[in-house]
Design a binder for this molecule. Structure first.
Ligand code: CA
Length: 502
């Protein structure tokens, strides 16, 4: 059996399949016990206290002696200390030789005057407060039955349901995060620049917090307390939707440069293969996109925190590195206030998949950002102001990260998974990439691209990355629909709220 060793100085490797005790690996090593698929086997004799090295980095220290061929599981590892955020330095690892993409255009829905184009043509509706959701959801059922068929160029109607707006401490410092996120979420390019807001009339999140000067008009806002009864509410919502749908229906796809595209990379349900197949392949696709002028965002603070120095080294300027440290520090404090630390990130599935701790998970997770310099770091819900590779601070939770990605302008997500998740978003297509072939075989009609070919030695990281890039362009151009979009597997809009609820 083969063993996958990532860097020469690694003192552990992983088998591509479960290796029963007695298995002789191709390098002559004998498994002293069963090594589960993707789990670490010691390549050399290691004494208690030795550093276990994977990805060329220390992922932990041994709590006991280990012989070559022995299984190293999470219980045997002491977590290394968390990297210091002071004096990180920046710009020492700037890659100026990114691969050139085969195409530099896609066919999207341009929004005149806007930085990014949409890739789907959707009417997005933003409630100012959850109190309106019952009425709004009934109205949307009718819109989908009665109005949507009349406007065949519109893909869908999506309600951006959230549970904030009232019953929250609106003036709390951290409330700015969810307010900014909701404000920007309704401006996602896939909504074509059309704004439709539904308020109750007495909520704390007043419409002027969602609608800017000039936008806060009767054309963009329905206030239920100003309607005479339920029927009038439904009529008002139907009328506004009809006029917005008529505008959206006139739009057509046109050929646009990659600079109009904003793509997001996320991973969830990771395993030990994620960091050597799906994530680096997505990273190569990211490099192609960035080199072609696109904006690519990656996220998930707790999944980069332990590798923050690798990210700082790729920051293009000092301010970007400083903001990186600020965002990490904010999240450290946020976790500490909740009485937890970074180790709370790894899930039982991660561990069963061979990822012993957050350090090992992080090193594999960062691979999805490719090798491009970091042009900008964003606070949660902020919109990028520069093209290129952007780190946007969000929680790693798939269900919270997704809405935050949309709030930062993402129109298409590439999602890497090892354990499998049917996750999807109503407002943007999600391309699912599996880290192992078994995952693709199990979920053939949920996984769009299999990166397990890299583990099997059938494809290089670059070849799989090229396939991911091609699928991004086809999806953005409306030629391909990922499985989650076809089945309409849409998760809730769990916008990040670190502030108090009253
Ligand atoms: Ca995630």
């Amino acid at each position: 059996m083969r063993l996958i060793q990532i860097q020469k100085k690694d003192n552990v490797a992983i088998p591509p399949d479960t290796a029963p005790g007695g298995t002789v690996f191709e390098n002559g090593l004998v498994a002293l016990e069963t090594i589960p698929q993707g789990h670490k086997v010691a390549l050399v004799q290691l004494i208690k206290g030795s550093a276990v090295i994977r990805y060329g980095s220390v992922i932990g220290y041994l709590k006991k002696d280990v012989r070559p061929g022995q299984w190293i599981n999470e219980d045997m590892l002491e977590l290394p200390g968390m990297p210091d955020l002071e004096n990180m330095g920046w710009g020492t690892d700037i890659n100026s030789r990114l691969p050139v993409p085969p195409v530099k255009n896609f066919c999207g829905y341009d929004i005149p005057g806007a930085r990014f184009a949409g890739i789907r043509n959707i009417l997005g509706i933003m409630p100012a407060v959850h109190c309106v959701n019952g009425v709004l959801n009934n109205a949307v059922d009718r819109m989908k039955k009665e109005l949507l068929p009349q406007f065949p160029n519109v893909d869908d109607i999506v309600v951006l349901n959230h549970i904030y707006g009232c019953g929250v401490a609106i003036n709390a410092g951290e409330a700015r995060i969810w307010i900014r996120s909701l404000h920007n979420l309704m401006r996602n390019p896939n909504f074509g620049g059309q704004l439709m807001t539904v308020a109750l009339g007495c909520e704390k999140l007043t419409p002027d917090m969602l609608l800017d000067a000039g936008e806060n008009t009767a054309e963009n806002l329905v206030v239920l307390q100003e309607c005479r009864g339920y029927k009038s509410m439904i009529d008002s919502l139907m009328n506004m939707a009809e006029s917005k749908l008529a505008v959206l229906d006139k739009r057509r796809r046109t050929e646009l440069p990659l600079s109009k595209l904003c793509i997001g990379m996320q991973c969830g349900g990771s395993d030990a293969f994620s960091g050597i197949s799906a994530n680096p392949a997505a990273g190569y696709a990211s490099d192609l996109l960035v080199s072609g002028g696109a904006t690519v965002m990656f996220y998930e603070v707790t999944e980069v925190r332990d590798g923050v120095r690798f990210i700082a080294a790729r920051c293009a300027d000092e301010n970007t590195a400083k903001k990186l440290a600020d965002e990490m520090r904010w999240f450290d404090n946020y976790l500490e206030a909740g009485g937890v630390d970074r180790e709370s990130n790894t899930s039982p599935g991660n561990k069963e998949g061979g990822l012993s701790n957050i350090v090992e998970k992080t090193l594999g997770s960062i691979a999805k950002s490719g090798t491009a310099p970091i042009a900008e770091v964003l606070s949660p819900g902020e919109w990028p102001s520069r093209s290129g590779l952007v780190f946007a601070a969000t929680p790693a939770s798939d269900i919270v990260c997704g809405p935050q990605q949309l709030a930062s302008g993402m129109v298409l997500e590439v999602f890497m998974t090892g354990r499998g998740t049917p996750y999807g978003l109503a407002a943007a297509p999600v391309i699912k990439v599996s880290s192992r072939t078994l995952m693709k075989e199990m979920w053939d009609d949920l996984i769009d691209i299999n990166a397990g070919t890299i583990i099997e030695g059938k494809e290089t990281i670059e070849e799989t990355g090229q396939r991911i890039f091609n699928m991004i362009i086809d999806t953005a151009s409306g030629k391909y629909k990922p499985w989650a979009e076809r089945y309409r597997l849409f998760n809730d809009m769990a916008v990040f709220n670190p502030g108090p609820i009253t």
